[in-house]
Structures are given as C-alpha cells and as structure tokens.
Design a protein around this ligand. Structure first.
Ligand code: GLA
Length: 352
C-alpha cells in the first residue's frame, strides 16, 4: 500500500502538475492528476489476476488542459451536462453562460474546472488511501453566481472501490452539479469498443431530449425501448436501433432517472464477460448520464500512443438532470448560500 506524488507535467502557466499514484493491497493502482482532478489511469485485475488499465486518458498535461471536448477522466463543473441557451435565473436574476455546444452550454463552457489545475493533497481517511483536490471558483466565474469552494476526494479502498466525494460551500445560491467523466473499458483502455460489454441500470425512466440533447421535461418509461437496461444487456445489442432518441445522439447519451431517493445506492453496473471484470456504480445523485463515447473520433490520441474511436469507452456520469436549473419538472441543482453540500459516487471493481 502506498501513495506516490510526483510531477506529471507543467501547465501552460508553467505550474507543476502533480500526479498521485495509489496502490492497494490487491495491486489495484489508481493514478490521479491535478489537471481536471482527473482519474488518469486505473489498473484492475481480471479473473486470472492480470492487470489492465480500464479508463481512457492522456499521457501528457497539455492534452488535459486543452480538453479536446472529450473530457477523459476529468471532474466537470461547476455544472455538468447541458443548460439550454446557456441561460438561467436564480432569485429573479438572469445569468448567461458561454454557448459552447450549438446554442447551449455544455459542461460549463471552455473554461470548465475540467481543464484547470486543482490543488491536490494526500489526506487521512479511514476507508482507504485518499487524495483531496480543491478548487476555488470566484463569484462570476464562468458567468455563475457566487463564489464556490469545491473539493473532490478520491479514496481507493481495500475492496477495490473508488469513492468520489464532492464537498463544498457556495457564497451565494448557485448551481453545483459536478460529475466525473471517466470513460470505462473493462477490457482495457486501448482494446477497442465497449459494445460487447454488458450494462445494467436500475432505472424505469429516462428523460428524452430534443435535437440539442436538452431534456424536454418528459419522464419516459424505458419499457419497450432500446434504453431499457433493467435486465443487463450488451451496449451493442440495441445501439443501432432506429429509435429516434438513439439516432439523434449517435448512440446512448441519455439521462436516467435513478430510484435512490438521495441515498448512496447501487444504480448501475458494467461487465466484461471475457476478462471477468465487473464494475458497480453507486451514487446519491438523482440522475445518471449513460454516454457511449459517440463523439470519440478515432483522432483522439490517448495513453500509450493509442487512438480512441467511437464507442471506445462508456461513461456513467452521476448528476442532477441536464438543464434542471430551467426545468421545473426536475430536482433543482441549486445549493443555498452558506449551506455545505456533499455528493458521493462510487465505482467498485471485482471479477465474476
Ligand atoms: C457528455 C455529454 C455528451 C458529450 C460528452 C463529451 O457525456 O452528454 O453529449 O458532450 O459529455 O464529449
């Protein structure tokens, strides 16, 4: 068991970017970096005890800083996913964010927390070995109201759970909707597509979206649709169906309505039957975006000089629903000034 801190690279402002490599008693190895508070690599064993890196990522800090619009492994904030027209109102005041996804705001615009340096620190935690990353986001940052002090702590436990704990406090009522944008591929980050891997999601409903991938406000039953993952099935089984929602998004890029009632509960899983690697997702957030890497273009140069193509990884982004700040049908992502908040998401690995 160990945590090693070393220089990963330098930012464009010439600040040193540190990485933290945590190894647990099973040999599971997690590497985190300060840019985007990213999960840069995660090596977990298969049935035979062979380790493979199961998350997509980059080898150098420049690519994390430029982001490339793919958000590999990073923490997204202040507000993950889309806000219609980049506009919203809080307490009768209107705010305009950058429109970086057609007419809409995606992942808080080009100056997201996902491409900034967070301050890393090794911390004590009884659950495992932990590193806390903090960021201070001033009032007006990205067009958002109020200062936000946000941290995300990653904890690697001895039972191969990666716990992500988001905590903080805001200076004014503001949106706080962070997520981790890791792309998982349980056969290995450079092994090709995830279409043969099996997903299960404990959700009876999803929120259909318009052409700009903004939810319409409808809650739709997954029953009889290709979005039904209540019985585990391969990602590829129905992905090419002509169901309008899938055609529109070029695959799965949809928010599921979770049934956890604000408690940290098992909500989804991913399985690679060949290697036996199995991952469970737990969260207390109300929604989860299933995103099957539809925009990965084959031109995305990743770790070990490999190229990530469409479907090269799958994201399970726990979140408040997209555009929930504008949609009265959805739970509000607005936190109150001075009231501390905490959200938890866990990725737990094992073999079957
Ligand atoms: C999220 C969005 C996708 C896409 C990716 C980043 O998952 O829902 O539409 O923007 O981020 O490529």
């Amino acid at each position: 068991m160990s945590i090693v801190r070393e220089v990963f690279g330098y930012s464009s402002r010439n600040e040193a970017i540190y990485s933290y490599t945590i190894v647990n008693g099973n040999g599971t190895t997690m590497k985190l970096i300060e840019l985007g508070a990213a999960l840069q690599s995660l090596k977990v064993a298969d049935r035979e005890g062979r380790f493979e890196d199961v998350v997509l990522g980059y080898d150098n800090s420049k690519q994390y800083e430029s982001g490339n619009g793919f958000y590999l492994g990073v923490v997204v904030g202040r507000s993950a996913n889309r806000i219609k027209d980049g506009r919203f109102m809080i307490k009768g005041k209107s705010y305009q964010l950058e429109k970086n996804d057609g007419p809409n705001n995606l992942h808080s615009g080009s100056d997201g927390y996902s491409s900034r340096r967070w301050e890393g620190q090794i911390v004590d935690d009884e659950r495992g070995q932990a590193v806390c990353f903090s960021i201070i986001s001033p009032d007006g940052d990205q067009g958002m109201p109020g200062r936000l002090d946000l941290s995300v702590t990653y904890i690697l436990t001895e039972d191969d759970s990666v716990i992500l704990e988001y905590e903080g406090v805001a200076g004014e009522d503001t949106i706080v909707n962070p997520t981790n944008h890791s792309y998982f591929n349980l056969a290995g980050h450079s092994s090709g597509t995830i279409y043969g891997q099996k997903v299960w999601i404990d959700a009876d409903e999803f929120t259909p979206s318009d052409e700009g991938l903004i939810p319409t406000g409808e809650y739709r039953s997954v029953s009889g649709t290709p979005l039904d993952f209540r019985a585990a099935k391969t990602i590829g089984q129905d992905i090419n169906s002509d169901y309008e929602q899938l055609v529109r998004a070029g695959g799965y890029d949809h928010n599921y309505v979770l049934k956890n009632n604000g408690n940290v509960e098992l909500v989804a899983s991913l399985e690679d039957e060949k290697s036996g690697r199995y991952m469970e997702v737990y969260t207390d957030m109300p929604g989860m975006q299933l995103y099957t890497g539809n925009f990965l273009s084959g031109k995305v140069r990743g770790k070990d000089d490999c190229y990530y193509s469409k479907g090269g990884g799958v994201c399970f982004e726990s979140q408040y629903f997209p555009d929930s700040v504008n949609n009265m049908a959805f739970e509000s992502p607005v936190v109150s000034a001075g009231v501390p908040f905490e959200y938890v998401t866990i990725y737990k690995f094992s073999v079957r």
